[in-house]
Design a protein around this ligand. Structure first.
Ligand SMILES: [Zn+2]
Length: 380
């Protein structure tokens, strides 16, 4: 009797099949962990990648649209409207909308953006893109409120477009707090919800000083050397620098001012205390004239003022009552634990002084952030 024997697979073919199936298994498991690094594209991985991209797009879209729903939040578009209301024509936003999502939202994407599996991937992509842009432009981005020159800001954050405030937290891991922080600045202050009562007066100890005016790409900043400090809550904070925003980042009873000066101080333990001086149009301010005289001409240009010319007393209002709350830097990395004092009485600047700043920085204000139940103390 004849036994029918199935033809055996040639050994070489069998080995090829085994090798191919092993590769497929490896590619699939790699796709589960890190789809971006896989070597072989297989349909399942492609599908998963598409789902992840859709989820990321939805997350970006929901973040970009979130401010309309959040308490106290507003878009850069509204900031522009505020600037127009203050009385100065606003430079057009250009081709990019400030609240444009990174990608188009996808209908079947999940709603909870915090659970997006590849949020980290998305942020690393953005980071790489932002870094490439910054390198291409040769720009460094020291942020306004971090004292000293300790910026490693190769990321080009901005006040508009894809690298604008809605996406700061995604540009760099160190900027996480800009999106996740619960004690962020600036805020909208409503005097009917503040904690009113007696509070200690702010003690300003300012003397004529040596200063250097810097254009850091985000604002005009004045680095101050000399004996300048404030005393509040039993601690002495030394003045490091001051800088300007337009319009005012702070909103008081739904009102925004033409500009604000932020006077940044630091105490021995490293805590920051920022005094905000609101600026509105009127007579010329003598301190602004001195600083504007030494206005830098380009990003990272530094101009030294004559020793003793700068006197910070010239930018303080007579009435120094203030609002006080805990907040953050209003620029990346949005570090928290900053003690804020917003002086109630605005100080006048002339239309020409205002215009000179606006010509260089048409809009450099972060939108207001949720108060999240913070106590705002009003010193009467
Ligand atoms: Zn500031």
């Amino acid at each position: 009797m004849k036994i029918k024997i199935r033809p055996r697979l040639p050994l070489r073919t069998a080995l090829h099949l085994l090798f191919a199936s092993t590769l497929l298994m490896a590619a699939w498991s790699a796709g589960m962990v890190h789809a971006e690094d896989k070597l072989i594209e297989i349909p399942l991985i492609k599908q998963r990648k598409a789902e992840m991209a859709a989820a990321a797009a939805a997350a970006a879209a929901s973040e970009a649209q979130a401010p309309a729903a959040k308490e106290g939040s507003e878009s850069v578009k509204q900031l522009r409207q505020a600037l127009t209301a203050i009385g100065t024509p606003v430079k057009p936003a250009g081709e990019k909308s400030a609240v444009r999502p990174l990608e188009r939202p996808v209908a079947h994407a999940p709603e909870k953006r915090r659970n997006v599996p590849n949020e980290e991937l998305q942020s690393s992509r953005l980071y790489a893109k932002a870094r490439a842009m910054a390198l291409a432009k040769g720009e460094q981005g020291p942020h306004a409120e971090q004292p000293g020159a300790d910026s490693h800001g190769e990321v080009h954050w901005s006040y508009d477009g894809e690298n604008g405030p809605q996406n700061w937290s995604r540009l760099k891991p160190e900027f996480n707090l800009c999106g996740l922080g619960k004690r962020q600045s600036p805020i909208a202050i409503q005097s009917d919800t503040t904690l009113q009562g007696p509070a200690e007066p702010l003690q300003f100890i300012y003397t004529p000083s040596l200063a250097t005016v810097v254009n850091n790409g985000h604002t005009v900043q004045v680095d101050v050397e000399g004996d300048n400090s404030i005393t509040v809550r039993g601690s002495n904070y030394k003045l490091l620098q001051f800088h300007f925003h337009t319009p005012s980042e702070e909103m008081i009873n739904s009102r925004r001012y033409a500009m604000v000066a932020h006077l940044v101080h630091k105490n021995e333990t490293g805590q920051l205390a920022v005094v905000a001086v609101l600026l509105e149009q009127g007579d010329a301010n003598p301190l602004m004239d001195k600083v504007w005289t030494y206005m830098p001409l380009d990003t990272n240009d530094r101009v030294r003022m004559p020793d003793g010319l700068l006197d910070l007393n010239e930018i303080l209002p007579k009435d120094q009552r203030y609002y006080q709350f805990m907040g953050s830097l209003t620029t990346p990395p949005c570090s928290e634990g900053v003690l804020w004092m917003v002086l109630k009485q605005p100080v006048k600047i002339s239309a020409a002084q205002y215009k000179l700043f606006r010509q260089q920085f048409p809009l450099n204000a972060r939108p207001v952030q949720p108060v999240n139940g913070r106590v705002v103390r009003e010193a009467n």
